[in-house]
Design a protein around this ligand. Structure first.
Ligand code: MG
Ligand code: MG
Length: 261
């Protein structure tokens, strides 16, 4: 056991069979993401997007990860199959009758379970034509995810991912949400370790082959601070400025990071 493994308590290493099931969950999520992305349009409701994603997930024999998900006893179970967050909403927005409008940006988060194994992935996209400010936020958020994924290598330390995301995002003028983080994933939607999107490099567990991580930067135009809305789920920026979210489930392999979603 190397020193790094002291902090690796609770992190699961997936077998090749388990990885295959997670690849299948990832493929289903990728299909649902594409369908929803193509269906985003002014006048369409987030509930319609939820129905579309749920239909694809179920048709492919998987189970939506988020529906009924209850991380703590004081929280209401999540009522839908996707999270759908508008503009200043960062994550965990609940699908509703709210209609998308031209110029909105929306963050959509997907989870699916195949034979007990989860996948988790999110994107932010514009509705119709959006401002340059909004487009740049979306692009930098997606690129900051790529910067993190590049560090998901055997022998890296966990916070090499965190640091890479933060350095990239802040170099482009955005703040990084600190109160919500990425996570290990497998038989549970949220496993060890937590993966902050900020912090010094070279800390935390050594990354090993067979670990699977959901890496998910959330970037804000204004302050990094957040608050929870009265529905108990929706997280918004404290200053009402725009936020974007980008997430992939990534396996650490001997060939480098493998994006499953
Ligand atoms: Mg997610
Ligand atoms: Mg996640």
């Amino acid at each position: 056991m190397t020193t790094g493994d002291i902090n690796a308590k609770g992190i699961t290493i997936k077998s090749s069979r388990e990885l295959d099931l997670m690849r299948e969950a990832g493929r289903i999520i990728a299909e649902a993401k594409l369908a929803v992305k193509n269906a985003l349009a002014p006048g369409v409701t987030s509930l319609e997007m939820d129905a579309l994603a749920e239909e694809i997930i179920k048709k492919r024999g998987a189970i939506p990860s988020f529906k009924g998900y209850q991380p703590a006893p004081h929280m209401p179970p999540f009522p839908a199959s996707i999270c759908f967050s508008f503009n200043e909403e960062i994550v965990h927005g609940i699908p509703s009758e709210r209609k998308m409008r031209e110029g909105d940006i929306v963050s959509v988060d997907f989870g699916a379970i195949v034979e007990g194994y989860h996948g988790d992935s999110a994107f932010t996209a514009g509705v119709g034509s959006i401002s340059d400010t909004a487009q740049r936020l979306i692009d930098v958020t997606s690129d900051s995810l790529d910067a993190g994924i590049k560090m998901a290598l055997i022998g890296s330390r966990l916070t090499d991912i965190s640091n890479s995301i933060q350095i990239y995002a802040e170099s482009k003028g955005y703040s990084v949400v600190k109160e919500y983080v990425g996570h290990g994933i497998g038989r549970e939607l949220h496993e060890e370790p937590q993966i902050p999107n900020y912090g010094s490099p070279g800390r935390g567990p050594l990354l090993r082959e067979g670990m699977v991580l959901a890496i998910e930067p959330m970037l804000n135009v204004g302050s990094w601070k957040t608050k929870v809305m009265p529905d108990g789920w929706t997280i918004v920026t404290i200053d009402g400025e725009l936020s974007a979210h980008s997430e992939h489930t990534v396996a650490i392999t001997s060939d480098g990071p493998e994006v499953l979603t």
